[in-house]
Each structure stands twice: as C-alpha cells, then as structure tokens.
Design a protein around this ligand. Structure first.
Ligand code: PLP
Length: 361
C-alpha cells in the first residue's frame, strides 16, 4: 500500500511516519478491537479518554515534562495562539518582548499589539530573515519573551533558546521543530505547536504550559480562549480533535521507538548536514540562510535564476519528489525534512541536484 508513495518535502502538512499511517488506517475502521473507528468514538468513551491520557503521558515521557506543567491539546492552530497568548497574559500596562525572525514572528507581534505593549527585542528583517540575530535588547521588565524556534519559511532556527530576563518567561512557537531535538521544558512558560509538521495531522495544537502561567491568564475571556479551560479539563472541556490526538499519540510512540528525542535529533542533524554539504559543494545551488543560523528542518536554496529554480522543481517532480517549491518570500527551493522524512529522500534530492547541475548547470 505504500509502494506509490513519493518523497514529500512539503513544509506542512508534512510527511508522517508510515507505521503511524498504517495503524491509523486500521483504527479508522476499528480501534483497539472495540468495533468502532477512532473518528466515531465519543470523546467521553473509556476508549477515547484512555487514548487522550495516553497521548499526554507519552508526550510527558518523551520531553521529560515535570508535574508543574500542563500538557493539553487545543484547536485553532499556531495562528490562533499568536492572539491567544497575549490575550491571556498581556494587558495595556504590561510589555512582552518579541524576537522578530520571520513572517510567523511578525504575525505574532501584530496580534500581541492588540493587547499590550510590544518591544521588538531584535529583528533579522534587514536581510530578509536569513539569520538569527545575536544581539537582543530586552525591555526593563517584560512579562514574557516570545520567539519562533524554527522559521519554516526562511529556513533558520535557534540553535539554543534565547536568554530570558529575570522575572519573565519564555513563550515559543515551536510549530516547525517541536520534538525534533531534546527540549528543556523548564526554561519555558508556554510552548505551542501546530501538529502538522512533526506531530500529526492538521487540526490539533499541542500546548505545554507551566501551571502558574496558565493560572495567571485573564479570567475575563470567552471560556474557550482561556488556557485554563482545556488545561484543567484534560483537553476534554468540549469535543477535541479526537483523530488528531490519536495520531499524535502514535507519533509520540513512534519517536520513542526511534530512541527518543536525542535519537531523532541525531538523524535530523545527519540529514541536514548531508544536504547542506551538498549545497556547499554545488556550483549551481546555494543555501539562503547564514551558516550559523541554518535550520535542520527546512533547507532553503536557490540557483539565482527563477526560471532555473522552476525547472529544477519540475525535474525533481519527475523523479518522485514533491513539495520543493520555495515560499514566495524567499523563492527557489525549500526542502522540509521533518522527523518522519526518510534518509533515502535526502539521497534522492542530492542525486537530482548533481544530475541537474551536470545537465543544465
Ligand atoms: N508558526 C510556524 C513556525 C509555522 O511554520 C506555521 C505554519 O506553517 C504557523 C505558525 C501557522 O500555523 P497554523 O497554520 O497551524 O496556524
């Protein structure tokens, strides 16, 4: 059933582990021998509540998440979180610091300005977001510091989390690199990530949040926009995205089976290193991000000629590689190589680069 699959370099929704897809295909008809499919079970059923608790437990185990953190699942995607975070934690008399490293950061900044003061503590917009700034200038006493750990569109990534001023807490949009490497959750007040790159299908968003941070959120918001609602209800305040949570649980288990976060990080590192080395060796293609800021999840590269870029994308498509067209704000190509991306796909892309260069370079 998997014979016709091709290499999917899509930035998201992205390729998923094949065993997860296979198990889900079976579970759609009958999950855990209940005679009912996973998408057909009541979210109040014993079957589903066990799955939801299992997803939370697997997540906690993977990332070593302490008990003073909530782990829960919401809807609305990272885009809703851009607004929901400041809506909960920012007021007109408070300031939040934002690190501006790309389009998603900018969107988060725009939303935060609706609720309080925003200090843009650094920006890499001067060079079309091709780097992670080293100099960060914080305001006096920010409530929180928000950053985008991996900039999906521009192919840059924080190598380590930024420093956080005393009294503040870190908030990160980890949508495109969550669980691609070990993460020290205790450094964060809140982590959010849409599932559709490293964790599962679109429609479910993972939140990991310190309990006191959740408690500090506004109580004046509509119920579903208060983080405490789903945090305290174990994601079951209303009907959650049951299928997405089921698949996320399988993905967590798959990561564990791969050896955990350190093991997937090693594989991601090896894949990215190989691909960037091929780009460096090429006289036709070049990477767009500064070397010290390069993402291990999204490699952006160009030939310098838009027509040739388009030709290369078509060339790859003929060889069974899809999703390589770069985002319009960078152009060229983008190879998204999340956790589930197979090693052979990297080799296929490098071979295509060499063959294309020999033919048309
Ligand atoms: N943040 C990052 C880093 C992303 O890569 C994306 C989507 O690609 C988003 C936010 C937006 O996510 P969503 O479509 O789930 O709102």
């Amino acid at each position: 059933a998997t014979a016709d699959r091709i290499y999917n370099f899509s930035a998201g929704p992205a390729t998923m582990p094949v065993p997860v897809l296979q198990q889900t295909a079976e579970a759609l008809i009958d999950v855990n021998g209940t005679g009912i499919g996973i998408a057909e079970h009541s979210h109040r059923s014993k079957t589903f509540t066990a799955i939801c608790e299992g997803a939370e437990a697997a997540c906690r185990e993977l990332a070593n998440i302490p008990d003073d953190y909530h782990v829960f699942f919401v809807q609305g995607g990272a885009s809703l979180m851009f607004g929901q975070v400041p809506m909960n934690f920012l007021t007109p008399d408070k300031t939040a610091d934002y690190l501006n490293t790309g389009s998603w950061s900018k969107k988060a900044i725009k939303e935060a300005k609706l609720f309080g003061n925003v200090n843009v503590a650094c920006s890499s917009e001067d060079r079309n977001f091709c780097y992670i700034p080293k100099d960060v200038s914080y305001s006096d006493s920010p409530t929180y510091v928000h950053f985008t750990s991996n900039n999906t569109i521009f192919g840059t990534q924080f190598a380590v989390e930024p420093e956080c001023p005393d009294g503040a807490y870190l908030v990160t949009d980890a949508s495109s690199d969550i669980f691609s490497r070990p993460i020290d959750v205790t450094k964060y007040g809140l982590i959010y990530a849409g599932a559709q790159k490293n964790l599962g299908p679109a429609g479910v968003t993972l939140i990991i949040a310190r309990k006191d941070v959740v408690d500090s959120g506004s109580g004046d918001l509509t119920t579903m926009l208060q983080y405490r609602t789903q945090a305290e209800a174990g994601s079951l305040s209303n009907t959650p995205p049951t299928l997405g949570i089921y698949m996320m649980k399988l993905v967590f288990e798959w990561i564990k089976g791969q050896g955990g976060l350190a093991a997937v990080a090693e594989r991601n590192e090896a894949q990215a290193t190989k691909l960037y080395a091929a780009l460096e060796a090429s006289s036709l293609f070049s990477g767009t991000a500064d070397v010290d800021s390069r993402s291990k999840m999204n490699a952006c590269f160009v030939t310098g000629d838009a027509d040739k870029d388009a030709e290369f994308v078509a060339f790859c498509k003929q060889r069974g590689m899809d999703g390589l067209k770069g985002h319009r704000s960078v152009g060229g190509m983008r190879a998204s190589i999340y956790n589930a991306f197979p090693d052979e796909g990297i080799d296929a892309l490098i071979e295509a680069m060499k063959d294309f260069e020999a033919e048309k370079g």
